[in-house]
Ligand binder design. Structure first.
Ligand SMILES: NC(=O)c1ccc[n+]([C@@H]2O[C@H](COP(=O)([O-])OP(=O)(O)OC[C@H]3O[C@@H](n4cnc5c(N)ncnc54)[C@H](OP(=O)(O)O)[C@@H]3O)[C@@H](O)[C@H]2O)c1
Length: 261
């Protein structure tokens, strides 16, 4: 990206983050001389921090975010949060409508196009995931720390739960907790799945390459896969699939001087 200087109103581009894409976008904008402010929810203990200015913590819903956009004279918002972070995405959509600040949603493509996707069981929520694997005795669960409580009906099963940060709920004695952060390799995932003797993998459609190795490993081992579908993105919000496309949207805002949604 060429150097663009500050936005039309002198305020920053707000990047709603918590993902690798958000960090890469912040780095790209920062390197191009665009004032960028990254926002993190503050959920994890040692977040990977983006370059440039960072703020941490919720805004207080759509109205709070709208106030923030006005006060900080934000020139545009890139919602680069995780595909499953539905509340902040809805909040960003509403705040953009309230303020007229332009918004784009950077959402990496999901795994629907994965070569094995047709063999997986796709489910809308945790209850359906539980129902999809009624006989599994040794599930490998990678649906995220905040979802673990929804799988407590499996408290008598030998669940291997892998999460980045320690969960807030107490886990059943039969469960094994694995704290780990990707990226993961196929060989190590194969060893983990076969070492646990997992008989189902339950995961969510995060997309991307960093955590996809488990899908290949499960296929190689003949372990069935249950995938939680993504929440729908907020209606009316422009979607881009990657960092270069998000940077192009920012460039348009800055060169056209537009602050309309
Ligand atoms: N969900 C996942 O699987 C997942 C995986 C990897 C990373 N993450 C990252 O972790 C963060 C939280 O995810 P979540 O699923 O808990 O989100 P969420 O359910 O959509 O958001 C819950 C609340 O957290 C606050 N929040 C979320 N993201 C924020 C951000 N980037 N900056 C400021 N406030 C934020 C907002 O509070 P207010 O209403 O008070 O503004 C929001 O209403 C996100 O930034 C996301 O990118 C999530």
């Amino acid at each position: 990206m060429s150097r663009l200087g500050s936005g039309s109103q002198g305020g920053p581009v707000l990047v709603l983050g918590g993902t690798g894409e958000a960090r890469r976008l912040a780095a790209e904008l920062h390197a191009a001389g665009v004032p960028v402010l990254s926002s993190l929810a503050g959920r994890v203990s040692r977040p990977a921090l983006p370059v440039g200015e960072v703020r941490i913590g919720g805004f207080g819903g759509p109205a709070g975010l709208a106030d923030f956009l006005r006060t900080a004279a934000v020139v545009g918002v890139v919602d680069a949060t995780h595909p499953f972070a539905a509340r902040i995405s809805a909040s960003a959509a509403e705040a953009a409508l309230l303020t007229g600040v332009p918004l784009v949603r950077l959402e990496r493509p999901g795994w629907r196009g994965h070569p094995d996707a047709g063999r997986w069981t796709w489910v809308p929520d945790a209850a359906a995931a539980l129902a999809a694997a009624p006989d599994a005795e040794r599930p490998f669960l990678t649906t995220g720390r905040q979802s673990l409580a929804e799988y407590l009906p499996w408290s008598e099963r030998a669940v291997l739960a892998r999460v980045v940060d320690p969960p807030e709920v107490a886990l059943p004695p039969r469960w094994t907790l694995l704290l780990a952060r990707g990226p993961y390799e196929v060989a190590a995932e194969r060893a983990l799945i076969s070492g646990h003797r997992a008989d189902v993998l339950v995961t969510k459609d995060s997309g991307g390459a960093l955590t996809a190795a488990k899908l290949t490993a499960a296929a190689e081992l003949g372990v069935p896969v249950v995938v939680l579908e993504r929440p729908a993105p907020p209606p009316g919000v422009a979607l881009v699939p990657d960092v270069p496309a998000a940077a192009r949207a920012v460039r348009r805002w800055l060169t056209q001087g537009s602050t309309r949604f």
